[in-house]
Design a protein around this ligand. Structure first.
Ligand code: ZN
Length: 120
C-alpha cells in the first residue's frame, strides 16, 4: 500500500478512535445525569442497570479500541492491510468499511464459522 493510502487509513482510524472515546464519555455523562433526579428506590435499581449497560458498552468499545490501536501500529510497521492469517492483501473496500480489520474477508468468514461452532 502506498504512503498516501496509508495516511488515509491512519486518519480514518484516528477519527474512529476519537468517535468512540467521545461516545463513551457522553454515555457515562448521560448515565450520571440520568440518575440524579430519581427517587431513592428506583434510583438504586436504575443505577445498577445503567452500570451493567455501561460496562457492556465499555467492554465492546475497549475491544474495538484495541483493534484500532493494533491497526495504527501496523501502519507504522508497514504490515497494514495484509491478512494476518493467510498473508494476502485485504481489499480496500473492506478496509474502508472496517479499517481496524486484520483479516481478509475469507479468513474472517472462516473465523466466524469457527466461533459459531464453538458457541453452539
Ligand atoms: Zn486471509
Amino acid at each position: 500500500m502506498d504512503r498516501e493510502k496509508l495516511q488515509f487509513f491512519k486518519e480514518l482510524l484516528l477519527k474512529k478512535r476519537e468517535d468512540i472515546l467521545r461516545e463513551v464519555a457522553e454515555t457515562i455523562k448521560g448515565l450520571e445525569e440520568g440518575s440524579e433526579n430519581l427517587p431513592d428506590a428506583v434510583d438504586q435499581a436504575t443505577r445498577e442497570t445503567n452500570l451493567i449497560l455501561d460496562l457492556r458498552l465499555r467492554d465492546r468499545d475497549q475491544k474495538l479500541l484495541k483493534k484500532i490501536d493494533k491497526a495504527l501500529q501496523k501502519i507504522e510497521d508497514g504490515s497494514y492491510g495484509i491478512c494476518e492469517a493467510c498473508g494476502v492483501e485485504i481489499g480496500e473496500k473492506r478496509l474502508m468499511a472496517r479499517p481496524e480489520t486484520t483479516l481478509c474477508i475469507d479468513c474472517k468468514r472462516a473465523q466466524e464459522r469457527l466461533e459459531k461452532i464453538k458457541g453452539e
